[in-house]
Design a binder for this molecule. Structure first.
Ligand code: SIN
Ligand code: MN
Length: 250
């Protein structure tokens, strides 16, 4: 039913590595490859997209979700998005609203804390066990039990500024699942929202886990690529992203 990919068990490449040469691990320039690109593009066309460690503890695993998984998640997201405690644009303390629309499971996030009820007092929807189990599979650790999910929907113009996921009282990893249109995901550093960063294309079915030294790295979505999703997932337009987290709250 769920994809049989134990993402962190498979060998993981590092940014710029060419996966199928004995020199993997050398810097691209040492192998006569352009930094972070040419070898990866060539390898992608020959072998498909490979897992890559973007930064210590931050791993991008392409095509981790099967089409069945994606269909199940899209159908579930439709139910979670319905009122009460449904999908809405989050209001920021500045008075603005986020361009993404969000529904929370387990704990409701409002900038910058968690609660058990939404702004209108409705109880937050529960995070189902099957989704928590998917998270455990994603990190390859059965003791990983996420109790919060943020489900974000991006229309064609939505984006997300550089930020840290730091309202959790836990350093357990964040698991991110993407469905629908591709996006440009920017993964930065733990110090500030500026460079250095790595831009990663997240496509439908991709998994991105960030934990360990990268757990509190700044990250954001600079744009989506409208029209790149596969309607067979059940999502005819836009992008869904689900992040699973451990709140550390009781
Ligand atoms: C997030 O940072 O919460 C969402 C990231 C994404 O949409 O890929
Ligand atoms: Mn985030």
């Amino acid at each position: 039913m769920l994809a049989d990919g134990a993402c962190l068990v498979a060998p993981v490449l590092h940014v710029g590595d060419d996966p199928h040469t004995p020199e993997a691990g050398l810097r691209p320039a040492d192998r006569g490859l352009p930094p972070n690109g040419g070898g990866a593009v060539q390898a992608e066309s020959m072998f498909g997209r490979q897992p890559v460690e973007i930064a210590p503890g931050a791993v991008h695993t392409p095509d981790w979700l099967s089409l069945d998984d994606q269909q199940r998640l899209v159908a579930a997201c439709r139910e979670w998005a319905a009122p009460p405690a449904g999908m809405r644009h989050t209001r920021l303390p500045s008075g603005g609203v986020m361009s993404v629309q969000t529904v929370c499971l387990g704990w409701h996030w409002t900038p910058y804390s968690y609660s058990r009820t939404t702004e209108d007092g409705s109880p937050v929807k529960p995070l189902p066990e099957w989704l928590a189990a998917l998270g455990a599979r994603a990190v390859g650790d059965p003791s990983y039990v996420p109790d919060v999910a943020l489900v974000n929907f991006y229309d064609d113009t939505a984006k997300m500024g550089m930020h840290q996921d730091k309202d959790e009282d836990s350093a357990e990893p964040v698991v991110s699942l993407s469905i629908g249109d591709s996006c440009a995901f920017r993964f930065g550093n733990t110090e500030h929202r500026n460079r250095p960063w790595t831009d990663v294309e997240l496509r439908s079915g991709d998994l991105f886990v960030f934990g360990g030294p990268s757990r509190f790295a700044y990250h954001g979505v600079t744009r989506t690529r409208p029209g790149t999703g596969d309607p067979a997932t059940g999502l005819s337009a836009g992008r869904l992203n689900i992040t699973l987290r451990v709140s550390g709250l009781a």
